[in-house]
Design a protein around this ligand. Structure first.
Ligand code: FE
Length: 150
């Protein structure tokens, strides 16, 4: 599903544990692969950043007025110009919050809260694991979002 290389923490006094250079295999779905990776590495809090190329992406837009989700799928070859996200824990499982901006053949961009994206080319990510720090989530009635639970 993916290959990775661990980058040992060079500054052990920092809370940050290790970083991983992660390459998800071609034709894999990014969120599924990231969830598997976070679970196997037991990451309880972290950040994700990366680039790549995809043939399909589905974004989710939450309308604050209705608290209803509107999903939209783009089926075309696109470059990931930026993938930014974080890892936390909800109900004992890794919880991913990922946003993606990608560029189309005509160099315009689409983006948003990422539900899923299919790699067509490569997906190169950097995952930072905050080690022993755990960050949880809880559902917030007012916003309809799973917010950080500190
Ligand atoms: Fe979001």
């Amino acid at each position: 599903m993916y290959k990775y290389k661990r980058v040992k923490n060079q500054a052990p006094l920092l809370e940050c544990n290790d970083r991983f250079i992660l390459s998800i295999d071609n034709h894999q779905e990014i969120i599924e692969a990231l969830a598997d990776f976070a679970k196997k590495q037991k990451i309880k809090a972290g950040v994700i950043e990366g680039i790549g190329a995809i043939s399909e992406a589905t974004f989710r837009f939450l309308d604050p007025a209705t608290k209803k989700y509107v999903d939209k799928t783009f089926e075309e070859q696109m470059e990931i110009t930026n993938l930014t996200g974080n890892i936390s824990v909800k109900d004992g499982e890794p919880y991913l919050h990922v946003h993606l901006t990608c560029s189309r053949r005509d160099y315009t961009c689409v983006g948003g809260h990422l539900l899923r994206a299919r790699i067509n080319g490569a997906c190169e990510l950097l995952v930072t694991d905050f080690g022993q720090t755990q960050v949880g989530r809880r559902f917030d009635e007012e916003t309809g979002l799973n917010l950080y639970d500190f």
